[in-house]
Design a protein around this ligand. Structure first.
Ligand code: ARG
Ligand code: ZN
Length: 851
């Protein structure tokens, strides 16, 4: 059943108020709901309440047993005469049997909810669509010993003791909200509490709720929350609006976290951190996700989405906001590099594959499948481009207008763009194509000299994507600048060029020396740029460009050109890359976090993305050969970088993070050089580390190698952390990402390990998800990798369709590989599609991938 954007109709009935009464029990929870409903307009249609797997125990209208109601495919249909009624229903659900982790479920003894996008209909009958906004009153009753803490959205109103060891609590949320933002939590929890004084002087009580043993790992999340609250006031003028803000961490969660009003529920991996168990990457991700969910209070909750086709309205904007927040906490340049690397690793392949869709899709079968890198990360790039086009001041005026005009409503992407146009005084008519056309635009930029003049020819094209064979030109904001090849001096200021036509030409006059082109600086447009720059030009820019992103990019392009040439010819000269890396590595003016990013080679998959037919083995060989040469030629420099970055004790600061990062990159190159002492060096780092970043960095290096110390380190790591689920995930993931020849066999054996389970999404992702992005291992010529992943996904689909479907796309990229691999991948997709009882989540992903 396909849902189409053009079919949107306003709801037949509004639900301004709802009272919910939960009699909580893991095996059998009673849910009573009283909805005050009002007719929208003049029509005779019945009230249709969405339901999924619910059986009504009673249905009342205005206090009396209802007549004539029926069930239609799970939905409750209630004929109603007048314009306003109170409709009451009662159902029973079993949270402990809910393996889908959608609706009300149990995680490690905690009862919690996840409703976005369509989980509320698994809790009670309701119009489960984001444009129906209601005021919620929630009452919960539960066993006091097992569930001493009872939380819901809004403010706590009352609590008391009940009979037989039970107790109850009531919460009211004064802000009307769609049901996907509903949440409740019941459990044996403790809180790390704090408070925040808002800009208008109100005190907000903050709580990060976890199980007792995890309490010591919550300080970083609490600090990040306070920083986020202050940042949103300062940068967007947005103040928090309730008296309490609670976050609960649970171990079983389908994605990162959820922005339920006043009660965020998080995957525990995005809350819990201490130096012994969390890497710097984890610390950063926690701050980012805490900020993201907090920022949703305005971009998502106060202003929500009219329908799910508008998902990027809240997600793209909120990702842009969390990216800007994180950039402000440390090195903005390194943050931009990380974000672009993420976009290229996850969104570009999506845009180039069978599941490509616009930032505002036109249709879907299962909305859960559209929580994608396109909606989130390309969506964020679209907002960033408007920020670039308007400039920061006008952009802020436009967001002020948006927040003011649409507060309390369910809005559309169009509403947002219209505010940008109105406050920004710009015409974004053509720019709107970013919302409607899928596919990553390609730009070619050719710079040619002819007597003292430089002529820059820009051409754009947007590739065809499923359902969109013809594309119109986009608006591409390209920041560019020229540098003198001899003096290294900038030739004029940076310019912002808006490329709107298929082709356009720029002329630069009065040039006194040969220019080198720096383009798409800061990654101002999410496009692929091809230039006629030589290896010498790229090496020059990698040393002299004054935009750090462009400097990184020049180095990456140089590496990529070298690797692609090497794959094509079975080997090539590595001299230019070695010299460029040497310059960056030894440049005293650069910070270490930046150096570390700049000297890492493009990933196997990114190299593959540049090729017409991906040859995973040839790519691996070419990349390893370049790593070995870099490791050998710069042996002294890697040693110096390694030794120069040893710290006395752990500290979480941008400088200390940069030191750890360069250290682990240097260790990787020392190992790649084949140095005799490399395994021992890694092992000593492994045993001596006082933090997880160094420990896991060393473990990864060992896990890629052949030394007997590998087994020792893996088993020491396992023994030390056997009772810590989040760290065990790293143990599985490190092995699944290994570059060893036997990774496929190792991973298949790990799937039978007693600590492996598909029931926990983090664990499933740590093995299956990690393995299927390990290009060489997953695409092993035997086809065993495909068979293994398909087996696991078929099993996972029965438990948790959302998580299974999310792990499916790597199997769908069959067109990118040779005929034999392609056929093997298709065979697995066909096997998945033919599985009896397959969820619509997996069906949509697999069947679209076959087309
Ligand atoms: N709104 C949440 C967030 O981005 C994620 C919800 C994901 N839901 C889903 N069905 N995949 O913060
Ligand atoms: Zn979000």
């Amino acid at each position: 059943h396909v849902i189409r954007r053009e079919d949107y109709r306003a709801p037949d009935w509004w639900v301004p108020e709802i009272a919910l009464d939960f009699d909580l029990d893991p095996a059998a929870t009673r849910v009573r709901a009283a909805l005050s409903v009002t007719r929208n307009g003049d029509h005779a249609r019945p009230l249709v309440l969405d339901g999924d797997g619910l059986t009504p125990l009673s249905v009342k209208v205005d206090g009396v047993e209802a007549q004539g109601w029926s069930l239609n495919g799970g939905n409750l249909v209630v004929p109603l005469g007048g314009g306003a009624h109170v409709v009451e229903t009662e159902v029973e659900i079993a949270p402990e049997r809910n393996t889908q982790l959608e609706g009300l479920y149990a995680s490690g003894g905690i009862l919690c909810t996840q409703c976005e996008a369509e989980g509320f209909r698994r809790i009670t009958f309701f119009p489960d669509r984001p444009d129906v906004l209601s005021r919620y009153k929630v009452r919960m009753t539960a066993d006091k010993a097992r569930f001493p803490v009872l939380l819901a959205n809004g403010d706590p109103i009352a609590q008391g003791e009940g009979e037989g060891g039970r107790h109850w609590a009531e919460w009211h949320d004064p802000f009307p909200k769609p049901c996907y933002l509903f949440a409740l939590v019941a459990g044996d929890l403790v809180a790390n509490t704090g408070s925040f004084r808002t800009m208008s002087g109100r005190d907000v009580q903050l709580g990060i709720w976890v199980r007792q043993p995890d309490l010591a790992k919550t300080d970083h999340a609490l600090a990040a929350l306070k920083l986020s609250m202050a940042w949103d006031e300062k940068v967007y003028g947005r103040e928090y609006d309730l008296d309490v803000f609670n976050i609960v961490a649970v171990d079983d969660f389908n994605f990162g976290a959820m922005e339920n009003k006043g009660l965020n529920v998080f995957n525990s991996r995005y809350i819990l951190a201490d130096p012994d168990t969390a890497t710097d990457y984890d610390y950063d991700a926690i701050a980012t996700v805490v900020a993201h969910e907090y920022f949703h209070n305005w971009s998502g909750n106060r202003i929500t989405c009219r329908d799910w086709f508008q998902l990027s309205l809240k997600e793209g904007f909120t990702v842009f906001r969390d990216q800007s927040f994180s950039a402000d906490q440390g090195s903005a340049a390194v943050k931009r590099i990380e974000d672009v690397r993420g976009l290229r690793a996850s969104q570009f392949p999506e845009d180039a594959g069978p599941l490509a869709h616009p930032v505002r899709p036109d249709e879907y079968i299962e909305i859960s499948n559209f929580y994608t890198a396109t909606i989130y990360n390309k969506g964020a790039e679209v907002i960033r481009m408007m920020h670039t086009i308007l400039g920061p001041t006008k952009f802020r005026e436009a967001t002020d207008l948006y927040f003011e005009r649409f507060d309390g409503t369910a809005a559309t992407c169009e509403d947002f763009v219209a505010c940008m146009e109105e406050a920004g005084g710009v015409d974004l008519e053509q720019f709107r194509r970013w919302y409607t056309q899928a596919g990553t635009p390609r730009v070619s930029a050719d710079l040619a000299m002819d007597n003292g003049k430089a002529r820059l020819t820009l051409r754009q094209s947007v590739p065809a994507t499923p359902g969109q064979s013809v594309k119109e030109p986009m608006v591409l904001p390209l920041k560019l600048k020229l540098f003198g090849a001899e003096t290294g001096r900038a030739m004029g200021d940076e310019q912002l060029v808006l490329l709107k036509e298929d082709t356009s030409e720029l002329v630069f006059e009065n040039l006194t020396e040969q220019p080198v082109l720096s383009i798409n600086r800061g990654f101002s447009a999410p496009v692929v740029v091809e230039t006629n720059r030589t290896a010498a030009d790229l090496a020059f820019l990698s040393a002299h460009d004054d935009d750090p992103f462009a400097r990184y990019e020049a180095m990456q392009q140089l590496m990529l050109d070298t690797l692609v040439a090497s794959v094509a010819s079975g080997g090539t000269d590595h001299g230019a890359v070695i010299e460029a890396v040497r310059n960056t590595l030894t440049d005293p003016a650069l910070d270490r976090a930046f150096i570390a990013e700049a000297v890492v080679l493009p990933s196997d998959s990114f190299i593959g993305d540049q090729m017409a037919v991906v040859d995973p083995d040839a790519i691996f060989r070419a990349r390893e050969a370049l790593r070995r040469d870099l490791g050998t030629a710069l042996g002294d420099q890697w040693r110096a970088a390694y030794e120069g970055s040893i710290a006395n004790r752990f500290e979480y600061s941008p400088a200390a993070k940069g030191a750890r990062r360069i250290r682990s990159v240097a260790l990787g190159y020392i190992a790649a050089s084949g140095a005799q002492d490399a395994p021992q060096l890694a092992f000593d780092q492994f045993t001596g580390a006082d933090n997880m970043t160094d420990r896991q960095g060393a473990l990864s290096t060992l896990a890629n190698g052949q030394s007997p110390l590998r087994e020792q380190a893996l088993s020491a790591f396992y023994d030390r952390y056997r009772s810590n689920g989040l760290v065990l995930d790293k143990w599985f993931q490190t092995q699944a990402l290994s570059s060893r020849d036997d990774t496929g066999e190792v991973v298949r054996a790990l799937a039978a390990h007693p600590a492996f389970t598909l029931a926990n999404p983090n664990r499933a992702r740590s093995l299956i998800g990690a393995f299927s992005v390990n290009q060489r291992a997953f695409h092993h010529a035997s086809g065993e990798g495909y068979r293994f992943v398909a087996d696991q996904l078929i099993a996972l689909d029965k438990l948790n369709p959302q998580t299974a479907a999310k792990l499916l796309p790597p199997l769908g990229r069959w067109k990118r590989f040779d005929a034999r691999r392609g056929a093997a991948m298709r065979a697995e997709l066909e096997r998945i599609v033919a599985t009896p009882g397959l969820s619509k989540d997996s069906f949509e992903q697999a069947s679209k991938s076959l087309d």
